[in-house]
Design a protein around this ligand. Sequence first.
Ligand code: ADP
Length: 741
Amino acid sequence: MIPEVIKILLVEDDVVDQMAFKRFVEEKSLFYDYQIAGSSRKAIELLKKSKFDCVIVDYNLGDGTAFDIFDYIVDTPFIFTTGGGDEKIAVEAMKAGAYYYHIKDPERNYLEILPVSIQKALQNREFNLEKKRAEEALMESEEKFRTISSSANDAIIMMDYNGNVSFWNNAAEKIFGFKQEEILGQNLYEKIVPDNGPNYLKSLKYFWEAGIETSLGKTVEMEAHRKNGDVCNIELSLSAVMMKKGLDTIALIRDITARKEAEKALQESEEKYRTLQENIPMGIFRSSKIGNFISANMSMVNILGFKTREEFIRTSVDKIFNNHDDKIKYFHEIEANGFVANYELELKRQDGESFWAEINAKTIRDEDGKILYYDGILEDITIKKQQKEELHQSKERLNLILQNIVNGVIAIDSDMTIFMINKKTSTLLDFYPDPDKKYILTEALVNCKDRGKVLLDAMNEEIFTNLEFQVEYPLPRTLYVTGTTFTDFDGKSAGRILILADMTREKEIEKMKTDFVSSVSHELKTPLTSIIGFSKTILNTKDIDDKSRTEFIEIIANESQRLSNLIDDVLSISKIESGQIKYDMDYINIDPIILNVFNIYKAQALKKKITIKFETIKKLPRIFADKDSIHQIAVNFIGNAIKFTPNSGNIWIRLKKNKNNLILEIEDTGMGIPQKDQDKIFDKFYRVSRPGLEIQGTGLGLSIVKDIVHMHNGQIELHSKEDKGTIFRALFPLPASKSVS
Ligand code: ADP
């Protein structure tokens, strides 16, 4: 902009010229605000101090020339004046930057054109400043563009009309792998589009070939090649710029490979999720607050017996509940807690069939906490529940079997911890574990001989059978233990099962049998020896007197009778045991049978000075029984009473009745039966051991009695006290009907 008042510095040493300039400015009313320097020193001083729009400088200055001050003028346009004939100097001044020069004429006419020169000089300065500003702006914008384009993430590529690259930024290099020097001047299409690129790219090629405007301003996604041959996804937008040479194209390219991959991965995972959701054998549902199903997977639809999802969605939630109470309870729980976990309940399919379901669901609420939906998973657990129940039952059964089996069973794991022990074991070992505690095997063996050392030693063997093992407390017992290892699913040894068989009775029976054999042989031998001895004496003694013979024959007869009794007992027991015995059952009066036995044994009692009495009641009822068996019972009871009652004792034989039974009672004042033997004396071959008091017998009598009484549905009672006496009772049930009594 040219100022209205122009600030001028006139550097002139000639006072007349100074005056002429002043006058001229005044006469012409020029808007000049001027200062005059009369010397180069003054001029430099003023130039340093103030800024001028224009300097008019005369060549010859008193203290130097105009050239001395040029360096101080800097950006201010200046006009050079000089006297005539100095054109050469004037040219020099022009070279040094003067805008114009004037040759001073004596009439001072040059002043007339000076204002025009000043005006032009100022215009020129204005133009130069403008140009400089434009140049600076251009430089700045180029700089800016370079910075932006080199730091941009997107490729910025410029191509000429033929598609040959003329600009290539850092991002382009990063995306495609070509350096600027490799690609400049090359055809972009040929470099980055695969040889057998898809058809739609043809149009792109066409664009690059023809530069038609149809592709401009659009963004297309396409595949491109990197320098190393990798395929990448790019997003391309093209714009055209008009350059001096013609139309150029700017391509903005973004590498969207990662985005595409992420999109693909997302799509795949969504797809996978959808497939999973549809195919998972569990119902997935969303239901609304008002009680409709909003969405469901096909499993949900199928579980509830619907054919299509649409049909199911229209159904109200109410319909799947079996009853109102179930529904209320379910919703109460989910609303109170915000969820239900592993909630089991019986639901209804569309056809009305009930099934068991397990539901895991939660409430979805809005910002105010109001319930929007219920989201959940539903599983049909009918079969699972059945299997669980079956498993439970079979476990229960197994447990029942194990608990009630006649043998003791202990299962231990590999570190000897007991994880199963049955009742029988507890009884056998007198070990009653707290079910909530863990025990190791040694703790169960504290009542055993040497604290179960035999068994613990055997645990080194993989399998052992019938290991004889003694329990000492509370009763001595003999156990046979069988141990086996069992393996886990992976075939590793998981532990052992010990089976305990109580062999105490068997051991005793075995001993009894041995005792029996020696007892029977002894019993047989004693009468036989007498029989042989006395018969030989009779035969070999010629003049044997009648009295002795009779006495001997009596002995032979008695001993034969004893033999016969013994053989009868053995035969009886073997008959009873083998089930061969035939009972002739009838309603009988047993009075005469007992009286008969009483009479037979009276003589024996008399020999021992034992008082024996028979007492009965009037109108003794009949019983349903076998005569011979009743006889045998009486023989045994009465025989034993005499046998085990010392001389001068008492024996009572009684027949009586109570409400339901007829009772045969034999009481003696004999030696009695020790408490510890009382439950065993009815066993076969069992005899009370009375050291130093050997009383002959087989140990079979009471066993026979017990079998017979039980056969008659009766019972035996025993009351006995050592050295005081014994009462045996046989109770026979009375017939129900009065007519037979
Ligand atoms: P046996 O009399 O042949 O020995 P039993 O079976 O009849 O066999 O009797 C078994 C055991 O019961 C006898 O050995 C005896 O010790 C005991 N016993 C039986 N009856 C009596 C009794 N009245 N008094 C004392 N002990 C008896």
